[in-house]
Write a protein that binds this ligand. Sequence first.
Ligand code: ADP
Length: 470
Amino acid sequence: MIFDARTGFLFVSALHLLIAVALWAVLARRRTLALDLWCGGGAVFAVALLLLSLRPLLPAVLGYTLATLLVIVAALLKLHAIRLELGEPEPVARSIALVLAFLLLYEWLRVDADERLRFFVMMLVVMLLGARIAWSAWRLGRRPGCRSAYWIAVAHGAMVLVQAIRAGNVALGRFPPELMSQGYDALMFAMILLIAVIMANMAWLGLALERLVQAQIAAAAAQARSEETRVLGERIAHLERQRSLGLLSASLGHELKQPLTAVLTNAQLVRRGLAGARLTPDQLLGFVDRIIDNTRRASGIVEQIRGYLRPGSAAVGRVDLGQVVREVSELVAAEARAHGVRLSLELPADPVTVRGDALQLSQVVLNLLRNAIEAAAGHAAFVSVRAVQGDGRALLTVEDGGPGLTPAALQKAGQPFFTTKAGGLGLGLSISRAIAEQHGGTLRLANAPAGGARAELELPSCAEPPAAAG
Ligand code: ADP
């Protein structure tokens, strides 16, 4: 016989250990308990094969009892690994009970020296465990993204088949009840074992790769979804801005009417003066200056409206929150006047600098001011806006003399579509909150102790870092 079973199994043992360690090392960065159990099972099986190969040189307790025990433990570890992957963990107590029961039975048969029965008991338990591994792997393979598990099933199924042939041959008396006996089936066993080991471990690697690809696809899909949400969010914010301006249009028209009327009046005065040559050049220049000033004012308002209506994707830069408040206050000034609401600003002389998108931040301020003006109208008709900077934070507070937030509004204001207004959409605060969070800040709504609502927009401030010492 050219083939020596012991040498073959020794070779398979070394290879098994090598593959188990290599697989663990390759997947170490994506370690899971299942991987540890699978590779641990491989290493234990390699030691068992080593002991089995060296059986004639070892005491019986090592060559028989320990070696056989390790074969069972290795199979159990692999079974636990597959069941974990399947999401149906194997009860640990059951495995421990099985190992103990097997150990007792095996030792009893060994002491009683019933070699054939001992061999068949060992083969039966190993085959049953192998069949369970194959069946569980087959079920795992049916899951999407786990097709590689089929190969684990095939590899373990093949091992069970060869063990059955071996057991059959022993039953027919062709070979002695000894795993390492010489014979063509020992050769077949070693070869199948070799192929199965490689196949099963490659399949495990494949399984991990399939999972990795799946996770990457899921991440890409999530990114695409969040990109979609962002674009949608920008469009909704844009529509809400248009709506706000639509609601302000009457007062904005009034705001524009004033400078335009002034322009007209001054132009007529100039014309009359020129026609009758009654005005001095200085007087004429005064009227022309007023025309220029009022035209600038009107064009400033138009420019603000235009800027506010531009559909924008975020343009991040340094923004002076104080300046944003001043500009938005101009937009709502006429509205406040129309409702008889006094708008007072308390802004520091120095800029309140934050990092963000000026347009988005002005949308937040506009929402807060409009809500406050609407609430204060007909009540204690004041709205006060304060901005402060300190401790790396910028804080904008808008307080009004309105009735304050109702208990329901306290709970739900800021949730999309919550509104208590007849023509309200209930989007303003939710958009504002989303913008605040995108800027790394918060938007809080509460009632002020003196009554009325208080909105606090807190953002990380963007002061120049102190110059490095020395
Ligand atoms: P809308 O203004 O379209 O209702 P918002 O999201 O801006 O949408 O506001 C949601 C709700 O929060 C309002 O309908 C109102 O009930 C409440 N709310 C917001 N600001 C105030 C405020 N300053 N005072 C009282 N209630 C307010």
